[in-house]
Design a protein around this ligand. Structure first.
Ligand code: FAD
Length: 270
């Protein structure tokens, strides 16, 4: 939900520190005065040329530090990966509806860079006494995210790799289904490639497990004005009504798992 007490102008911050999480992912930490930010919300990052959404991946209320984790994919993210500590970036937000922290035993599933909001959720939920089993999924060992950071917080971290180079060999969906059959979860939270989330939506329906999903659509203003991130047919703006939705809401988004729109509104099928 849009907050009324934020200006929507980017504030310029010095990068406090940078952590290399994998060959393609870096986490950028900034000083931050937290109010009611929640995991699953995102910031708009401005490199003084372009502006893009990035999920909050770390909420440290003791040291007043926020983290965003950036996967290098195109020109914007390449420009961020070239930055050093003390370089400047513009930040505005937080935006969107985050995850609701509930339940006593939760299965959290993050695929690839989808681990960014899931890591923040797992941290916050476990601080509040929720038991968290976490699947961090990647194609290969080098791309596994946040396993060491989260392991030391008491979260039960289970890495999975498509090639079997580390942890469970196979897809996150296979391990998730196995665990759901064995354990007594009262909630699941998911973020990752849409094909993975679609499969987990089916699994959550099959086992009647309440599940929250964080989804991505192309964003421009992040304020709910431009309509770029509206989804068919419900017309929800992912930047305002999302990016986190419960499974029953997701089933009302007819394009989910089928296609998304690019920057000019053209449908791109998955
Ligand atoms: C709510 C939300 C949270 C996100 N969180 C993260 C995160 O924590 N870490 C991370 O690395 N990435 C995150 N992304 C995706 C990130 O915004 C894009 O990967 C990034 O903008 C790519 O820019 P580029 O110029 O490097 O690549 P490009 O070559 O321009 O784009 C590569 C792909 O990234 C996506 N993308 C590009 N621009 C946008 C945009 N303005 N809005 C949404 N998607 C876009 C498109 O699918 C595109 O095909 C998030 C996206 C959304 C919507």
């Amino acid at each position: 939900m849009l907050k009324t007490d934020i200006t929507h102008f980017p504030q310029v911050f010095k990068i406090k520190r940078i952590v290399e999480e994998s060959p393609t992912v870096k986490t950028f930490y900034f000083p931050w005065k937290f109010t009611d930010e929640s995991p699953g919300q995102f910031l708009m990052i401005w490199n003084f040329q372009d502006e893009k959404p990035m999920s909050i991946s770390s909420i440290d209320r003791i040291n007043d530090e926020v983290g965003v984790s950036v996967k290098m994919v195109g020109s914007f993210t390449q420009s961020l990966h070239k930055l050093n500590e003390n370089d400047l970036l513009g930040l505005r937000g937080p935006y969107g509806r985050g995850f609701q922290i509930a339940g006593s035993k939760v299965l959290a599933v993050g695929g690839g860079i989808g681990m960014a909001p899931i890591a923040a959720f797992a941290d916050e939920a476990s601080k509040l006494g929720v038991g968290v089993d976490l699947i961090t999924a990647a194609t290969t060992k080098e791309e596994i995210l946040f396993d060491k950071r989260l392991n030391i917080t008491g979260i039960n971290v289970m890495p999975t790799t498509d090639d079997g180079s580390h942890g469970f060999c196979g897809f996150a969906t296979e391990l998730a289904e196995k665990l759901i059959k064995q354990e007594n979860y009262d909630m699941m939270v998911v973020c990752g490639p849409e094909i993975m989330m679609k499969k987990l939506l089916d699994i959550s329906n099959q086992y009647q497990l309440p599940t929250q999903f964080s989804i991505e659509r192309y964003m421009k203003c992040a304020l709910g004005i431009c309509g770029q991130c509206c989804v068919d047919d419900v017309g929800w703006r992912i930047c305002v009504e999302g990016p986190v939705f419960w499974g029953d809401q997701l089933m009302m988004i007819s394009e989910f798992g089928k296609y998304r729109r690019n920057s000019s509104g053209l449908k791109k099928h998955f």
